[in-house]
Structure formats: C-alpha cells, structure tokens
Design a protein around this ligand. Structure first.
Ligand code: ATP
Length: 352
C-alpha cells in the first residue's frame, strides 16, 4: 500500500463568523499538528460545522486566519485546498459505480484513467470494499456507503481529512466498527484529520486530542485522558465526564463535598469554586446504611447494560448523576430516597 505523504499542520486562529446577530464562531483558535487527529466536540449549535466549513473553504470567516502547512488559505478556493471531506449523509453519486465514485476527485484533477483505477482500487482495499467495486450505492449498506465516501475523500491523498459527524446516521454497532477503522486508516495514511462530533465517547475514542467547543469558542484542547481527569472548566467537566459541579470551598488543599472531606486534585483553585464530581464516584445506597453523606431523591434510572445511570436530585434541587454497576441498583425506582456515597479520595475544583 502506497502511503499518503504526511499531513500538514492546521492553524485556525482567532476565527469569528457572524451570521446576522448570531456569532457562530467567537474568537475560535485551534492548532493541529501534522498527522494529528483532532475531535471537535460540543453541543448542537456551538459552531463545530461552521469551523469545519471555514477550514474547507466552503464558508468564509468574518475575521481571523486559516493556515495549513504554514500557508494562509484566505485566497485559496475550496477545490484547491488539498482536503478530503466526509459528511453525515454519504452523498455518493447514484449513477456511478463504487470504483468511479472513489475515482471521481482524481478525474477532476486530470489523472489518467489507468492511474485513477489503480489509486481508487487501492483506497477501496484500504476500506475493505475491493469486492464491491462494481456495485452502485443503493446496493450497499449505510456503513458500506460511508466507507466508500471515506475512500473517495482519501483518493486524492489530501493533506487534511475533514469528517463532519460521519457516523451519526449509522446504527450503534457499525458506528463503533467504522470509528475504529477511520482511526486505523488515518494513522496508516498519515493525514491530519478534524473529526466533528457531539458524542463524547466517539471523540475520546478516536482522537489524539479533543477540542471542546462551547458558544463559538474552544474551551479546552487536550488528550482524552487529560480532558476527562482535568477538565479546565465546569462546562468541559459536565459535557465530557457528565460530572456534577457542586459548590465547594478549598482550604489548604482539602475540600468538603456531600459531607465528605476530600483532597483537592492538583490544578484545583483555592477558595470558592465548583467541585466536579464524576458519576462513577457516586453510588446511591439505601438510606440507613452506614454512610457519611447526605440524602437525595432518585429522578430516573437508565439501564445501559453492564452499568446504569441514576439521576438524583439533592435537597436544593441540584441534579446529580451516578454511574454504577447495574447489579447494584436493581429495585431502585424514581421517587426513592437514597444516600449518596462518594467513593473517591480526591476531586477537582474549578473556578465557578
Ligand atoms: P450541530 O451539531 O447541530 O450541527 P454545530 O455545532 O455544528 O451544530 P453550527 O452548524 O456551526 O453548529 O452553527 C453554529 C451557529 O450558527 C448556530 O446558532 C447556527 O444556527 C448558526 N448558523 C450556522 N450557519 C448559519 C447560516 N448559514 N445562517 C445563519 N445562522 C447560521
């Protein structure tokens, strides 16, 4: 397999995009290393797609700069930007065979027919669809169609691969398979990639670094484990780890939360802040069992297979999320009173 030449650095700096009175991007900065896979994660409407479209040249920023490989792309049209794109909708050409779909971008670049077939065949092999080269889109499953779309994006050997919610239309099992495959292929061909998703697990699983967006800005850019254990803001803690932010005060490195006296993790603020309590650290227990914590009322219990997620309300109405082994919450019902046991020796406290 001929490897793609290496990916290029991507630098989006201080991007603003204003639509009427909406600031879709508001001082958005993101720098990716050559060959790096960045996941852009955030809630609906935070500006992920806008950032990707501006990088691709499909939209133009109100202010700020886009550089790839050190070159300012301001005057470079989308079709000269050396990027491949995969969208949520597979958008294959229905009248072209799988092979011709993959070769399409090469035809636009005046690559000879023999060379087009060779390179398209190579990319089909990469996504495991060599046997389906002569089929048409309607003869493929959704997952297969998205593989073809991926092969098509890679056929021109782009310096940067852009993926906008590429797995959202697929069912859960295919999603995970294709997610892992996208990552394998991206590492193999060495292209820089930006993967837009609103799914935390997907972002953490696929990326070298995850950028969390909120209201048109980047809140934090960090490797998955760091993002999870050291969220820079309450928003990141809640969005990525489903952490519950609880008002707390740190004194000499100690913090009181839910009746527990805990160590404040390195990076915590001194004084008043918000303790980010992770769901896996909280267990609802029957009231009356020996526990040092306060009580809460069960709001909902969601069975998720090996574990369940239990939402509880504290006396002041604060919503708290617990994630526990399903076997330990059998019989728990909405409306039950429980004691919340905090099973950790340390929490992170961020500025309020
Ligand atoms: P989603 O996950 O729902 O696709 P997103 O994070 O990708 O969301 P964007 O599509 O980038 O968000 O949109 C960011 C904001 O800009 C939203 O408030 C959106 O309504 C607005 N917006 C995007 N495109 C336009 C447009 N062409 N005209 C007006 N407003 C727009």
């Amino acid at each position: 397999m001929a490897a793609t030449r290496n990916g290029l650095a991507v630098e989006l700096t201080d991007l603003t995009r204003v639509y009427g009175d909406v600031r879709a991007l508001d001082g958005f900065t993101l720098h990716a290393e050559p060959g790096e896979m960045i996941a852009l994660l955030g809630p609906s409407g935070c500006g992920k797609t806008t950032a990707l479209r501006i990088l691709a040249g499909l939209d133009r920023q109100t202010s700020g700069t886009v550089r790839v490989g050190g070159r300012d792309l301001d005057r470079v049209p989308a079709n000269k930007r050396d990027m491949g794109m995969v969208f949520q909708a597979y958008s294959l050409f229905p009248h072209l065979s799988v092979l011709d779909n993959v070769a399409f971008g090469l035809r636009l670049r005046n690559v000879s027919k023999a060379e087009r077939r060779r390179r398209a065949g190579e990319k089909l092999e990469l996504v495991g669809l060599s046997e389906h080269a002569d089929r048409y889109a309607h003869q493929l499953s959704g997952g297969q169609q998205q593989r073809v779309a991926l092969a098509r994006a890679l056929a021109v050997e782009p310096a940067v691969l852009l993926l906008d919610e590429p797995l959202s239309a697929l069912d859960a099992k295919v999603r995970v398979q294709l997610r892992d495959e996208i990552r394998r292929i991206q590492l193999e061909v060495g292209t820089t990639a930006v993967f837009v998703t609103h799914d935390q697990e997907e972002a953490l699983a696929v990326a070298d670094r995850v950028g969390v967006m909120n209201a048109g800005r980047l809140e934090q850019l960090a490797p998955p484990a760091e993002l999870y254990t050291q969220p820079a803001t309450p928003f990141v803690g809640e969005f990525v780890g489903l952490s519950t932010p609880l008002p707390a005060t740190v004194r000499a490195g100690r913090v009181q939360v839910l009746g527990h006296d805990l160590e404040a993790l390195p990076g915590s603020v001194e004084g008043a802040g918000l303790a980010l309590v992770r769901p896996e650290a909280l267990t609802p227990r029957p009231v009356g069992e020996r526990t040092s914590s306060g009580t809460a009322r069960v709001v909902s219990v969601a069975f998720l297979g090996p574990f369940s997620r239990v939402h509880c309300a504290l006396a002041d109405g604060t919503d708290v999320v617990c994630q526990v082994a399903s076997s330990s919450v059998l019989g728990l019902r909405p409306g039950d009173d429980v004691a919340l046991e905090l099973e950790t020796s340390a929490v992170l406290v961020v500025p309020a």
